[in-house]
Design a protein around this ligand. Structure first.
Ligand code: PMP
Length: 352
């Protein structure tokens, strides 16, 4: 599944620890450890905010705290479109740049749109989960930084923990994510890494709300606390997973994700050559290390028969709802596990 992904038993065990007081020294110690380790995942020297909620919550937090009136949304697929709509729901006016499913909007188009001026922020999706296309955030960061005080807000919900993220080096102002994707935790935590520039802007904005006010998070994360009662049990799971990721190392984790992607790509190319009626949606230069979207006319039967074999795969998303399915090779999955699934998938396709 392209999220929520499978969670290892060791992580589920961490959820069984007795709940502790969220203002206790033990919890502050845990939060301090988590903040340091999350800084490496998000590529920032600044503290990363941990929010009880799903990724959507962190997206709304950075819209409320980091945008003013008129935004440019780089929309590579359904999730990019949701980010744009969320900003409109918060009262911002949004201009969209769009592309064909499987492609990403070219940087020149972003530069041209920004030069026409009048945008106070850009919304971008690092890894478009709907199509399996990953975009160049360093490139967008450089283009946005040409524009003075325009901020760059990035949705990295399906990439953080599975692909390199570099808030500081990209020159980005927010990178948000969630627990249930490449970090392979249960759903329920969202993460927001933000820049000094965004914090400065938030101080000038009204209507930031309460629960998703980035300035409250700034105040409490600095003290290794949460503004309100956090999901203590999920924080135990996070603590365990971040320790395990440190042992695996981020570089090895990213290499494992690339290898899982390569296994899927090689399989689809073989299956396509064998006339099994499948093809890749993402273009060769944009293929995501965490999710592969595959075109087929047999979507319903594929999903149903794979389920009968014990495998849950992702359905298609607009506009490929009826013509594709998705493999989520993210989190703690392995190349061997992905290959075993692909063998079953091949048998299923042959029966169709
Ligand atoms: N953005 C992307 C790229 C996603 O993949 C998802 C979840 N599939 C979301 C946003 C929404 O995240 P959540 O469901 O955690 O709110």
């Amino acid at each position: 599944m392209p999220g929520p992904t499978e969670v290892r038993p060791e992580i589920l065990d961490a959820l069984r620890r007795p709940v502790i007081f969220h203002r206790s020294p033990q919890m502050e110690e845990l939060m301090r450890r988590a903040t340091t380790r999350l800084g490496k995942v998000f590529g920032t020297q600044r503290p990363v905010h941990v929010i009880t909620g799903s990724g959507t919550g962190a997206m709304e937090l950075v819209i409320r705290g980091g945008t003013m009136r008129r935004l440019l949304a780089v929309v590579n697929g359904d999730f990019g479109e949701r980010f744009a709509r969320m900003a409109e729901a918060c009262g911002r006016s949004v201009v969209r740049l769009t592309c064909e499913p499987g492609s990403v909007v070219p940087l020149d188009q972003v530069r041209d749109a920004l030069r026409k001026g009048g945008f106070d922020a850009v919304l971008a999706t690092h890894n478009e989960t709907a199509t399996g296309a990953i975009a160049d955030m360093a490139g967008i960061g450089a283009v946005v930084r040409e524009q003075g005080d325009c901020l760059l807000l990035i949705d990295a919900v399906s990439s953080a923990g599975g692909a390199p993220i570099a808030l500081d080096a990209w020159g980005a102002d927010a990178v948000v994510s969630a627990s249930q994707k490449a970090l392979a935790l249960p759903p329920g935590l969202a993460f927001a890494a933000v820049s000094d520039r965004l914090v400065g802007r938030a101080k000038t904005l009204e209507n930031r709300g309460v629960y998703l006010d980035v300035l409250r998070y700034e105040e409490f994360t600095a003290k290794a606390q949460s503004p309100s009662t956090p999901a203590v049990s999920l924080l135990f799971a996070l603590d365990r997973q971040l320790a395990d990721i440190e042992v695996e190392t981020l570089d090895a984790r990213f290499a494992r994700h690339v290898a899982m992607r390569d296994a899927c790509v090689a399989w689809v190319e073989r299956a396509e050559a064998a006339a099994l009626g499948v093809s890749l949606v993402a273009r060769p230069e944009n293929r995501s290390p965490t999710v592969t979207c595959i075109r087929t006319k047999e979507r319903v039967a594929v999903l149903q028969r794979m389920r009968e074999q014990g495998y849950e795969l992702g359905g298609g998303q607009a506009p490929l709802t009826h013509t594709s399915f998705r493999i989520g090779h993210m989190g703690d999955h392995t190349v061997a596990g992905v290959e075993a699934m692909l063998d079953v998938l091949e048998r299923v396709l042959r029966t169709l």
